[in-house]
Ligand binder design. Structure first.
Ligand code: UDX
Length: 436
């Protein structure tokens, strides 16, 4: 089957490469000529483990290609995916659908055969109807069906998630749409990945509901962590204890500095906007958004406390280990590190940092931070070392060396990756999240 993937960003590129790997004939399209040129040279626009090899193999096998020409790429395609960005609109938090609408129009104007148009971008409820209206308005004579097929992949684990999904959700309004989508995902049905067919609007809402629920789960355990610190309990044991209940489940209960990334912050806000538009408030999600926002700065204050309070912290040096919103990505979007660095720098703290992949994108976001070549350089002369992101490289720091290089043996572990007894035995003052 021939598939066109419009938008070669994170979701488009991973999905396109994986569809090609299933044996489909895939063309990835992007307006950005330099991005397409680099892809032709085998250079990935994002850091994602395994992606470069997957792209290279499929390009070599002749199943994957890249172009800037949408009209050429969609000719003969049975499925045309829209995987362009839907950023938060400045000012009101609504998802910005400018790109989605523009692609819909261009697709309608260039259809050269019957096709299913699939929205893979995360789009608010009703966008499929709008895409259908826009394509209809172009007066195309070809049969088309608009389908919603949200993507649930996680950065850093995207290829595995795509190939072995917990479920595939397809929102279609007719058999043409359902049949083509069954064909697109046939290799996965054979792997017995469950597929859920729903209406288009339901499918669009599932994506937001899933992300809002996960954001709620994280925020819940983060609040429990705060309470644990006050009452002298251990949040990891609380998470284990509640997670063993099948109705709750053990995942997404790691307390930390608050969720970030390209999806949860943007999608929770967009859901609030939809709820407001339809006069059906989602107060739990409202509370989650507020609580998570304030948590990031609160983590900065936690570091100040470890330095002996705001007064004592002025003029001291802090090493930040990890800047990206989570490990195995270079993504800095809404990363807690940004608010933490800001809070510390507002308090007159001098900052040095190391991140295995994120420093290039972090630099313009935190110009006050000195970026270092490795963790130990950042730690040199530091009055406190803070683990902000749980990269594997920070899980087994040479604590003896840290003590020698640092100005003071103070470790603030915002991801709970160390055992308190071990670190204290190594002579450190140790603070973590939701544990004494
Ligand atoms: C998320 C969803 O998991 C995915 O299904 C959706 O398609 C896009 O958004 P991603 O943003 O890549 O994926 O990251 P994820 O691994 O889910 O983590 C999101 C944030 O939550 C990170 O900041 C992470 O550190 C935080 N998190 C996650 C926690 O603080 N605790 C947890 O238990 C899990």
């Amino acid at each position: 089957m021939k598939i066109a993937m419009v938008g070669s960003g994170y979701v488009g590129l991973v999905s396109g490469a994986c569809f090609a790997d299933f044996g489909h004939d895939v063309v990835c399209i992007d307006k950005d000529q330099s991005k397409i040129d680099r892809l032709h040279d085998g250079i990935m626009p994002i850091y994602e483990p395994g992606l470069d090899a997957l792209v290279e193999n499929n390009v070599r096998a002749g199943r994957l290609s890249f172009t800037t020409s949408l009209a050429e790429a969609i000719a003969d395609a049975s499925a045309i995916f829209i995987a362009v960005g839907t950023p938060s609109r400045r000012g009101d938090g609504h998802a910005d659908l400018t790109f989605v609408h523009a692609v819909a129009r261009e697709v309608g104007e260039n259809l050269s055969g019957d096709a299913v148009i699939v929205t893979k971008s995360t789009v608010p409820v009703g966008t499929g109807d709008e895409v259908e209206r826009i394509i209809g308005e172009t007066g195309t004579s070809h049969r088309f069906s608009v389908v919603s097929n949200p993507e649930f992949l996680r950065e850093g684990a995207a290829i595995g998630d795509f190939k072995r999904p917990d479920r595939i959700v397809i929102g279609a309004e007719d058999d043409f749409g359902r049949d083509i989508m069954r064909e697109v995902y046939r290799p996965l049905f054979l792997n017995e990945s469950p597929i859920l067919f729903t209406s288009r609007r339901t499918s669009e809402l599932i994506k937001y509901a899933a992300n809002a629920f996960l954001a709620t789960k994280i925020t819940f355990i983060n609040e429990m962590a705060d309470l644990c610190e006050k009452v002298g309990a251990n949040v990891q044991d609380v998470a284990r204890g509640i997670g063993m209940d099948n109705r709750i489940g053990p995942k997404f209960l790691h307390a930390g500095p608050g969720y970030g990334g390209s999806c949860f912050p943007k999608d929770t806000l967009a859901l609030l906007k939809t709820a407001e538009d339809y006069d059906s408030p989602t107060r739990i999600v409202e509370a989650v958004v507020k609580t998570n926002d304030s948590r990031k700065r609160a983590m900065g204050r936690k570091v100040l406390e470890a330095l002996g309070g705001a007064e004592a912290a002025r003029g001291r040096k802090v090493a930040l280990l990890g800047l990206t919103f989570k490990p195995n990505t270079d993504d800095m979007r809404d990363s807690p590190s940004i608010a933490i660095a800001q809070t510390l720098s507002d308090a007159g703290v001098e900052l040095a940092a190391f991140d295995p992949e994120g420093m290039e994108l972090a630099r313009p976001l935190m110009p006050e931070v000195t970026m270092c070549a490795d963790p130990y350089e950042a730690i040199t002369g530091a009055d406190a070392t803070v683990i902000v992101t749980e990269w594997d490289a920070f899980r087994a720091l040479d604590l003896k060396r840290v003590r020698e290089l640092a100005n003071a043996p103070v470790l603030v572990d915002l991801r709970n990756i160390y055992h308190p007894e071990d670190v204290r035995a190594a002579g450190f003052a140790y603070t973590s999240v939701g544990r004494l």
